[in-house]
Ligand binder design. Structure first.
Ligand SMILES: NC(=O)c1ccc[n+]([C@@H]2O[C@H](COP(=O)([O-])OP(=O)(O)OC[C@H]3O[C@@H](n4cnc5c(N)ncnc54)[C@H](O)[C@@H]3O)[C@@H](O)[C@H]2O)c1
Length: 262
């Protein structure tokens, strides 16, 4: 097991990449605080962890709005209260634009503020809380952020992409800041995934979605041609979170079937 006994927080763990990551990390022996705005979704993730055969790890659901610093701090505190320490934080919670590929000039000020609050401020709060705890423990620890290839190339919506570009740059900068304390910081950068809640109509988050057909097209618009799944991102996060990546920090790892390479 790659994360045997590790104490982990995953934000946005109630759906998609966050849920897949929580499930995989628990299978690999981690004790996961599944944090999400939707506590019922987080609770479902924890239920699914309990159903997995041969799962050595465990899950605890907490409600957490990553735009609220006290919520993020409380999620980290829950992990420390449960296991006495913190080993890994996956800052994954993120939101899409109301429509896929929305043009820059079409965004309202309110939509821009919301994207920045969740996708950028939320990740900064997650990094801050993790770093403080890691340093209080005497160093060590891993942060895995969920960026996006939309933060690397001009594709997928520019305002959304700008928030993910910020996540990508935050990842590199914090990695350099924290290397002296042996805190590693990397990002998983997915391409479009047709099968998470991110890309489907969702009243809770105000997304119109892009529809199944367009979702399939987007999902296969890369050299390998296979749609990208949340589980692919979870596998990348597992590698980065594990000791197998002990000398890897500041890396933006595309999970994109070669999209950026082309
Ligand atoms: N799906 C894609 O095509 C795609 C592509 C590139 C990057 N990403 C990134 O992957 C991450 C996960 O996306 P997903 O596809 O799993 O989406 P998803 O919508 O399936 O899951 C996102 C989760 O985050 C939660 N969330 C939303 N706002 C929150 C907040 N303020 N506080 C706490 N939790 C909140 C949601 O309730 C949901 O459970 C996001 O950061 C997203 O930007 C997704």
């Amino acid at each position: 097991m790659l994360l045997d006994g590790k104490s982990v927080v995953v934000t946005g763990a109630g759906s998609g990449v966050g849920r897949a990551t929580a499930l995989l990390f628990a299978r690999e022996g981690a004790h996961v605080v599944a944090a999400d705005l939707r506590e019922d979704w987080a609770a479902e993730t924890v239920r699914l962890i309990g159903e997995q055969p041969d799962t050595k790890g465990s899950g605890t659901a907490v409600r957490c709005d990553v735009t609220v610093q006290a919520d993020v701090d409380a999620a980290i505190a829950a992990a420390v209260a449960g296991r006495g320490r913190l080993d890994v934080v996956v800052n994954n919670a993120g939101i899409a634009t109301p429509a896929f590929g929305m043009l820059t000039e079409d965004h309202t000020a309110e939509q821009i503020d919301k994207l920045l609050a969740v996708n950028v401020r939320g990740i900064i709060f997650g990094c801050q809380a993790a770093i403080r705890q890691f340093r209080a423990q005497g160093g060590g620890g891993v942060i895995v952020n969920t960026g996006s290839i939309a933060g690397m190339v001009g594709w997928g919506g520019t305002v959304y992409g700008a928030t993910k570009g910020a996540v990508n740059q935050l990842t590199r900068g914090v990695a350099v800041e924290c290397a002296k304390d042996d805190i590693r910081v990397n990002a998983v950068c997915p391409a479009a995934m047709p099968a998470t809640n991110f890309m489907v109509p969702d009243a809770a988050h105000g997304s119109q979605g892009i529809g199944d057909e367009a979702g399939r097209d987007v999902g296969s618009a890369h050299p390998l041609g296979r749609p990208i799944a949340a589980e692919d991102c979870a596998a990348a996060a597992l590698f980065l979170a594990s000791d197998a990546a002990r000398n890897i920090t500041g890396v933006l790892l595309p999970v994109d079937g070669g999209f950026v390479a082309q």
